[in-house]
Each structure stands twice: as C-alpha cells, then as structure tokens.
Write a protein that binds this ligand. Structure first.
Ligand SMILES: [Ca+2]
Ligand SMILES: [Ca+2]
Length: 397
C-alpha cells in the first residue's frame, strides 16, 4: 500500500452574493474567497490575472483563474476556478496532508504490521508513505504477545520503529497450525454438510476448564458460581479437577473475558468449526484418534451411565464426569484430551447461537462425533455441559 487519499480533496461551492462585497469590485471583476477546513490555516499564494487583497481573498477578472493555496502540513493545491463578474466565488479548501514515512522492524521478524487497524505489511517493513497524525501501530507474530505502539507521525518526516517481541505461549494450550480442514459429515445429515474450509492457526486448551480454574474467576468477583446439586461439580468435595459444569454459555463467556484480562491476550469459546478442526485434524477423521468409535477410550454413556441408553458392552468406570484429562487414550496426535465425551462443550455457531460439541458422559457411542450438531439454549446449566477456550492472536483487532 502506498498511501491514503482522503475524499473529497477540494469542494467548490458558489454562495449567494453577500451585500457586504457590493462595493469591492466592478462590473467586470469578481471576488474569490478561500475558506479552509478548520482548524488549519491556509493562504492564497497566487491567482492568474487577479490581485490578492487578503490572506484568503482576491479580486479577479471574469473568466477562468488558476489559484494556488498553501497551508502548513498539507500538499500545495492548484485549481481552476471560474470567476463570475459581480459575484463572490467561494472555494472550500480541505487539507490533503503531506505523508509521513514509516519503517517497522521487529525481532524476530515476519510480524504482521497493522496501522490504525489496517494491515500495511510484515516486518522488516521498508519505508511506506502513511497519513500523518496520531496513529496506533500493532505487531502480531504467532507465539508472541501482541505489541501495541502509539505514534505521532509528522508530515514530511521519516519514522523508524524497532520492537522486541515477547514470546507468548498460553500455558496448558496446544497450537493447531493453519490448514484446510474437512468439516461436516461425509453425507449430509441435514445440519452439517461436508465442506473444506481454510482455517487460521489457533491455540486450544488441552483440557476442559476445571472447577479449580473457574473458582479463581469466582474469587476474583468476575464470574458467578455454577449451579449446584445433581451431578454438578461446583460445591462437591473432591471434584476440583473435574470439568466445571452446570454453567451457561454466558458464564463461560464471562470466564473467557476474565482470562483475556488476566493474560492481556484474547480468549473466547471456540466456534463449532474450530472445535471440529481440533477434534478431527485436517484430514476429517471422525474422532481425534481416527475413525474407530470411542468405546472405553473416553468417558461416555457406558454401562455405568444413569440413562438406559448406555452402552452395556463398555465400562469406562464413570457414571458422571471424570477428572479433566484422566482418559489418556481419549486424545489425538495433538494431545488434546476429552474432545470426545466427559462433558460436552459450549461452542458458538456462525449464527451466534450455541451448540455443544463432542458429546458427554450422557451420550452413547453413536452421538460422540465432533461433527454431530447439538443445538442448546445458551442459558441452560446442565451437569453434562462444560467448556474450554481458544486463543487467536488475530482476535485482538
Ligand atoms: Ca461413563
Ligand atoms: Ca469434552
């Protein structure tokens, strides 16, 4: 990108004849008045065959006149004005700022560079012309903290910015690189037809959010307590390491807000597509480990399940939720656990409604694929629903 041109640059307007000018010119001449965009000051530098009578005024013969206007920090403007005899021609002058030049370097290099929210390149960024004035510069590089710099860019000057980027790897998270991923079912089952999507890289929590983690947010006064009773883990002794359940989608959002504030980096609930990509890899496998059904790999609705739909041939040892991450084989090559079973997990779908994905200890084998769509009212607080978060540096825009 070379540089930006504001619109409109100049606007010409004819005003009605003000009585105060009646004596200022003859029948053969007209008056030219320049008005600048406030608060900048401008000056009429020349007029072809007329006479300058003030900083922004001239008297000129009828016909076409070329005038030149100068103002500090702005390009010199030349334009043709038609002067009518016995009339006042008013010229509205808007400043077209002279550009500043900006170069950006970072260590390490290859950071994406955004100026006032618009991408202008990647480091090392050679001199580019940009609009002068107060500006926000942001550098983004995978695995590093977002770097924000406030600049005051002067017209006609060169600014070089050099930044040291601070590594950032969210603890307990796994990075999934950018990929094309197979999303949806091989054959359409009505809600989630198969398609290939190009996805950016993102970080996802290796485990479901636990009671212990959620408790920190409640103690900080940012989160409200989950529901209690039944198989809710909140308030039940010995379940600190279990996934926090009995929380609404709104409560999960509040937790993400709190983590984002604490970390100074953006965290949120996954989209349904991100959840599928995490569980199915880029190849579209049915489960994190491949296409074989979970059986006792994960905590599902097995013979211990309270519901009669439980799979009697499977014994995973748990009736309700198990401690997060305790099923060692319930993971794929990326090492992310419990994307299938234990608690189903809040996800946001493209229509900004809620789904839970991955199934839970309440679903038998047939309903545990990550692509299985389960639309749930976001206010529900169920013992079989919990959540985990994702982190995308690009969310900070
Ligand atoms: Ca079970
Ligand atoms: Ca789960």
């Amino acid at each position: 990108m070379r540089w930006y041109v504001p619109l409109p640059v100049w606007v010409l307007a004819l005003l009605s004849f003000p009585p105060g000018y009646a004596q200022a010119f003859t029948r053969e001449t007209g008056h030219v008045v320049v008005i600048c965009d406030s608060p900048r000051r401008c000056e009429l530098a020349s007029v072809s065959t007329g006479t300058i009578v003030g900083p922004r005024e001239a008297v000129a013969p009828e016909g076409s006149q070329r005038i030149v206007v100068r103002s500090p920090g702005c390009e010199v403007l030349e334009l043709d004005v038609h002067v009518a005899a016995s009339e006042v021609t008013t010229v509205w002058a808007m400043c077209m700022p002279r550009p500043a030049r900006l170069a950006v370097f970072s260590s390490p290099a290859r950071a994406e560079v955004f100026l006032n929210g618009a991408r202008i390149g990647a480091t090392p960024l050679d001199l580019v012309e940009v609009l002068p004035g107060p500006s926000s510069l942001r550098l983004e590089l995978e695995g590093h903290r977002i770097d924000n710099v406030e600049l005051d860019l002067s017209p006609d000057s060169t600014h070089a910015v050099e930044r040291e980027l601070v590594p950032y790897r969210p603890k307990g998270y796994v990075f999934l690189p950018p990929t094309r991923a197979r999303i949806g079912y091989p054959e359409s089952r009505g809600f989630n037809p198969e398609r290939m999507l190009k996805l950016p890289g993102f970080w996802i929590s290796r485990l479901e959010t636990t009671v212990e983690e959620y408790r920190e947010c409640v103690r900080a006064g940012h989160c409200t307590p989950p529901a209690e009773g039944d198989d809710c883990n909140w308030g039940a002794s010995g379940r600190e390491g279990h996934p926090v359940n009995c929380v609404s989608a709104r409560q999960a959002h509040r937790y993400a807000e709190w983590i984002s504030e604490r970390e100074g980096m953006p965290f949120r609930l996954p989209s349904v597509i991100e959840y599928e990509r995490a569980a199915r890899g880029s190849t579209g496998r049915a489960y994190p480990w491949g296409d074989d059904s979970p059986g006792a790999r994960c905590n599902i609705c097995d013979r211990n399940c309270a519901d009669h739909i439980g799979d009697r041939s499977v014994d995973d040892g748990w009736r309700a939720s198990a401690p997060a991450g305790s099923f060692e084989r319930c993971e794929g090559p990326e090492g992310i656990r419990d994307l299938v079973g234990n608690v189903a997990e809040w996800c946001v779908d493209p229509e900004a409604t809620y789904q839970v994905r991955g199934g839970s200890y309440r679903q038998p084998n047939a309903f545990l694929e990550a692509s299985y769509v389960y639309i749930v009212d976001g206010d529900r607080r169920e013992p079989w629903i919990g959540f985990r978060l994702v982190h995308l540096p690009g969310d900070a825009k």
